[in-house]
Design a protein around this ligand. Structure first.
Ligand code: ADP
Length: 226
């Protein structure tokens, strides 16, 4: 659940990266966030993950108030989120299984829970056969799916993916978006930042367009113009 009202982010150098954005994303939605380079997409994500705090307005994420929460509460907010980074951020020397299990250990999950949950999410992303492979031996698409499995393993309410198809060819990109759609159908809210117009059009989902820090279009149906 995301509620932004008049959310504004001005960096120390005076750049107004997000300007009075009001945006509501409900549980269970699938939303694409699109916009040109420099339009404020990354800053929007940073506001949602509390990597930066709003300079003005209000940002609520899964009932946490990003502008007012104490620093020590931030890890609790982040436990409700699964973030997929463009550069994967995997531990290359560890296996697929270990990368995903590690995310559960960091929040104190027990061995039994890990043994049950990790195979389930690896199956979901189609990586059961690669569980014992080191991630450095995987293709870009497979590594991306490990990153998604890791983001999903702690059962977040909201998945945020920043340019998840940035390093993939068109066929793999389509597969990956189909995987996000499946994850969404299983109940997780999905927010995807992307440049890829063709993909966005193919899925006919809600598309929020941001330009110079402002939401300039918010409609369902896929097609968008900047
Ligand atoms: P996008 O992800 O759409 O490329 P960003 O949110 O990264 O956009 O950037 C939006 C604007 O904020 C740009 O003008 C960018 O130069 C500026 N910006 C981003 N991060 C910082 C920062 N740490 N300090 C100052 N300006 C920044």
């Amino acid at each position: 659940m995301i509620r932004m009202s008049n959310a504004t982010m001005v960096y120390d150098n005076g750049t107004r990266a997000v300007n009075k954005v009001s945006l509501r994303i409900d549980e269970g939605e699938f939303v694409f966030l699109v916009g040109a380079s420099g339009s404020g997409k990354t800053t929007m994500i940073k506001l949602l993950t509390a990597e930066v705090r709003p300079s003005g307005g209000k940002v609520l994420v899964n009932n946490y108030n990003v502008g007012e929460m104490k620093k020590r509460q931030i890890p609790y907010l982040r436990r409700t989120l699964g973030v997929v980074f463009q550069d994967f951020r995997l531990i290359k020397s560890k296996t697929v299984y270990e990368n995903v299990a590690f995310a559960m250990r960091t929040i104190g999950a027990r061995g039994k829970a890990i043994k049950e949950r990790v195979p389930y999410v690896l199956d979901l992303v189609g990586l059961t056969g690669k569980a014992n492979e080191k991630t450095l031996n995987l293709s870009g698409g497979e590594q991306q799916r490990v990153a998604i499995a890791r983001a999903l393993v702690n059962n977040p309410r909201l998945i945020i993916a920043d340019e998840p198809t940035g390093n993939l060819d068109p066929a793999r990109s389509l597969e990956l978006m189909t995987l996000f759609q499946k994850i969404n159908e299983l109940g997780t809210t999905v927010l995807i930042v992307t440049h890829e117009k063709g993909l966005v059009d193919a899925f006919e989902k809600r598309v929020v367009v941001i330009d110079q820090g402002e939401v300039v279009s918010d409609q369902t149906g896929g097609y968008y113009q900047i």
